[in-house]
Design a protein around this ligand. Sequence first.
Ligand SMILES: [Zn+2]
Length: 463
Amino acid sequence: MGTLITNGKVVTARETFIADVLVEGRAIAEVRAGIDPAGHTIVDAAGMLVLPGGIDVHTHLDMPFGGTTSADDYEWGTRAAAIGGTTTVIDFALQTIGKRMQEAYATWRKKAEGKACIDYALHMAVTDLGKDGAWIDDVDAMVREGITSFKIFMAYPGVLMVDDATIFELMQRTAQLGALVCVHAENGTVIDAIVHQALAAGKTGPLHHALTRPTVAEAEAVHRVVALSELAGAKVYIVHVSSEDAMREVEAARKRGLPVMGETCTQYLVLSIEDDMGKPGFEDAKYVFTPPLRERKNHAPLWEALRQDVLQVVSTDHCPFRFADQKTLGLGNFTKIPNGGPGVENRMQLIYHHGVNEGRMTLERFVEVTAEAPAKIFGMYPRKGVIAAGSDADLLIWDPQAEYTIEAVTQSMHTDYSIFEGFKVKGNVRQVFSRAELVVENGRFLGKVGRGEYLKRELGASV
Ligand SMILES: [Zn+2]
């Protein structure tokens, strides 16, 4: 018969209640108190929370960047995700300039094949719409493959950045289709000018990565892309909002009723320039990601934005590079440091601890920003992101009393450091079910490598 999770406190984005959860096949069959246990395998969840599996909508697994490749491939990255209580990731397929989106899609499916340990979906990072927009129909083709969100970069000129006209044309098409444009919002050309001035002045260390990317350059790009989306009648999602300045632009757009949504990432909520940078030698390179770490004063407004639904999601932008042989590519020139940090394993525990335990958000809001809202925005709801009859049985048995210290030596991510080294959290995942299969117990991955399935996403909702 099925698996019956008994006596736990079930949490959804709306309520918390004591109930049993019956799992049959790969889905949730029933959620109510007093389900007859006869014939079922029992999982006793007394004293535990039962949460929907986490959804991390922003990862970069096996991604080429700056002459190297992110350190976690699909096997390592998705195993680390599972161990941390994330049962779905949306990774970025990256279009090569001069090549079609179909090729990037095929390349990323191949990277995941036989390796993904949990279910995964893809965004398409668009770098080239062809001469005079000749390849715009690729957008329709991707939607048919279940890729219903398209990322563009307003940063990294000459590498990934697209111009405003390209953004606008992409948005006109996504608006017709009901698809979503996701935006890396930073004014790339102005930042490049500031970077060149810094290098010319001999400011070559990793701290200058942060100091050359001001928050106003992030806010300006959010403002501009909101205007473009308004012109095109498109909905838009701002990825990795890192500063109060940028968040206020999202807030202003939402106050005007525009379909503008946004995420922040774990690191922007708990790390800062003051606390984590300015270390001797090359240590700061571990914290070189984009947008960079900000001043500590940004933390409280970002938490409040999550609470107030100005921002809807917490993701990680997981893009790990080892210190010893990858970050050191930028010794003597911070622009050569691979941009990115490891985080997919620690999102649930850090947001639970610093959010729920420390009174910055309710338990229900925690579930909403880590699972339900991502599922809705990205077209996976109610298959994912909620504990309800008919949904995939992606479930966490969460021990609210468990104490855990984050350390590189015990992590599953393939980096030789943790950006959260020494962080102590209370509340951690005990068991993880992915489509009804027990895949993690007490920090050990029990599933079969390659069991993860590609998720063909529907069009998402505006929330
Ligand atoms: Zn990213």
